[in-house]
Write a protein that binds this ligand. Structure first.
Ligand SMILES: [Ca+2]
Length: 88
């Protein structure tokens, strides 16, 4: 999922560099799930070189503005804004 620049502009979020996507790695390295329902994630938009689990503890997934909103695994303990999808 790449961020829509119109969305970011409309909500004055262009300065925000990362958003949590509600996805985290399972206990199986390299497998990811949606946090809210634990469904497997099979579609990814990883940034080049990601996921790299740098430091051995990057289990949550962000959309990274410095990487054209491609995804990176990142430390879950870091506070970020969250992207949510509402039901129709
Ligand atoms: Ca990473």
């Amino acid at each position: 999922m790449y961020m829509d620049i119109n969305f970011l502009t409309a909500f004055n979020l262009v300065a925000v560099k990362e958003f949590w996507l509600g996805v985290e790695e399972t206990s199986v390295t390299g497998n990811f799930m949606r946090i809210h329902d634990e469904a497997d994630v099979s579609y990814f938009e990883w940034a080049s070189g990601q996921p790299d689990n740098r430091g051995g503890d990057q289990k949550c997934v962000v959309s990274n503005g410095d990487q054209q909103w491609a995804w990176s695994d990142w430390f879950c303990s870091i506070e970020q804004l969250v992207v949510c999808e509402l039901p129709n």
